[in-house]
Ligand binder design. Structure first.
Ligand SMILES: O=C([O-])C(=O)C[C@H](O)[C@@H](O)C(=O)[O-]
Ligand SMILES: [Mg+2]
Length: 429
């Protein structure tokens, strides 16, 4: 068996995305992703997926060049290779990721976001070569299916008039009734039993009303609300008082560890985060101050599946829960998330996934949710197969774009509907 990497292919693509609202603005009609392929001397191809914006592409290219001749089994070596790839200082000047939706932006976090796509591709290739599923390479699954939650968004029925976009059949959701209707569709289509609402879009009272409407429509089901840090401590405390009884947890109500610690102390409502703890360096302060009770890992920016397992171990040590965050992603990443989640013993919360919002994929067969769960594949590697024609078509869309969509910009998308829109100063309420 020859595990030497002889070729690496990087394919940036644009995938359709519905008009989902968040505190920064609205999703653009197409969003970038990067598909990574590593090919071994034996002709085995492994696939991975990560963010596709320019700042990731410009690291992925020199990184890929350095992989040829290395072994797909040398996963630790990926981090050494990444350390040698220079990050342009201007990329980390603003110090926040995606307008602030994913916490700090550091050179290391950028590197890790690239490493993760390659790590998954190497694990896929290694698993195929050895005849083992990725979860076996990670130590073995402790469950046969991984539970996901319905990721509810306020949304418009369609992207603004005249903007080239794919249509979706979810309809609008801009009030409590619309949110409950969307939740019903999620349960009908996928069987989800827990619900997360992306908040920070409307004044808190409207979002409180939406959660109360969900609690009434789905009594006893786990509910979460995530305004991406859009509230002050006082507002967060007020929302926690109103919703404490029905929430499984409140996600990133306020920005930063000190504010989160104060909300946690004053309310006792469990707080989850994918914003104030997004790197290992942020763990110590957040955990010792009791600022978060659940860390939402994201293998893309934590540096891959094995780093996610390490994060889970640190969380376990501190008695902090762990679950998973999600941004727009395709089936390769859902498969990767499912493999690693299957190996984490104390996963007590359903994971987030944007996948139901993605009508397009690069796989021959989409992954499916049964009863809100994705079955853990025992097929060698990730258990997915690339559809080359789809990949080429979505890459062509990326090639045809004039650059406007190659970097995610939710505020720019909002300005098309509302020319006066500026990224809101935080806290917004
Ligand atoms: O849980 C979260 O904070 C997210 O998923 C952040 C994302 O960027 C989400 O807000 C989105 O895609 O609009
Ligand atoms: Mg969040």
């Amino acid at each position: 068996m020859n595990l030497t990497i002889t070729d690496v292919r990087l394919t940036p693509i644009l995938v359709a995305d519905p008009p989902l609202l968040n505190t920064q603005g609205v999703h653009q009609p197409y969003t970038p992703r990067l598909i990574v392929e590593v090919v071994t001397a034996d002709g085995i191809t492994g696939v991975g997926e990560t963010y596709g914006d320019a700042k990731y592409l410009e690291l992925a290219r020199p990184f890929a060049e350095r992989l040829k001749g290395r072994q797909v089994s040398d996963l630790n070596g990926l981090f050494t290779v990444a350390d040698r790839v220079a990050v342009d200082a201007s990329r980390v000047e603003n110090a926040v990721d995606v307008g602030g939706l994913r916490g700090v932006q550091t050179a290391d976090k950028l590197r890790l976001s690239v490493v993760s796509g390659f790590e998954v591709a190497c694990l896929d290739a290694l698993g195929k070569a050895l005849g083992l599923p990725v979860h076996a390479l990670l130590g073995g699954k402790v469950r046969d299916a991984v539970e996901y939650s319905a990721y509810l968004f306020y949304k418009w029925a369609g992207h603004p008039e005249g903007v080239p976009a794919e249509k979706d059949d979810w309809g609008a959701a801009v009030d409590p009734a619309g949110v409950v209707e969307q939740a019903r569709r999620f349960t009908e289509r996928y069987g989800f039993t827990s619900f997360k609402l992306k908040g920070g879009v409307f004044p808190p009272d409207e979002e409180i009303a939406a959660i109360k409407a969900l609690a009434e429509a789905f009594p006893g089901h786990p509910l979460r609300l995530d305004p991406n840090g859009a509230w002050s401590v006082e507002t967060s405390v007020k929302v926690a008082e109103e919703l404490g009884e029905v929430l499984e947890y409140l996600e990133d109500p306020a920005l930063g560890t000190p504010a989160m610690a104060e909300v946690a102390e004053r309310t006792g409502v469990p707080l989850a985060t994918n914003m104030c703890v997004t790197t290992f360096a942020e763990i110590r302060e957040a955990f010792t101050r009791g600022a978060v009770q659940v860390v939402l890992s994201d293998h893309h920016y934590w540096g891959g599946l094995r780093n996610t397992q390490q994060l889970a171990a640190v969380c376990r040590t501190f008695g902090v829960g762990v679950s998973m965050h999600s941004n727009t992603h395709l089936g390769i990443s859902l498969a990767a998330m499912t493999h690693v989640a299957a190996t984490v013993p104390d996963l007590h919360h359903a994971c987030d996934s944007h996948y139901p919002w993605q009508s397009e994929d690069v796989l021959t067969e989409r992954l499916t949710f049964e009863g809100g769960k994705v079955a853990v594949s025992d097929t060698p590697g990730l258990g997915v197969e690339l559809d080359r024609a789809r990949l080429a078509a979505l890459h062509q869309r990326w090639l045809d774009d004039d650059g406007a969509l190659r970097d995610r910009d939710d505020a720019a998308a909002m300005r098309i509907a509302d020319p006066e829109w500026v990224t809101p100063a935080m806290p917004r309420w």
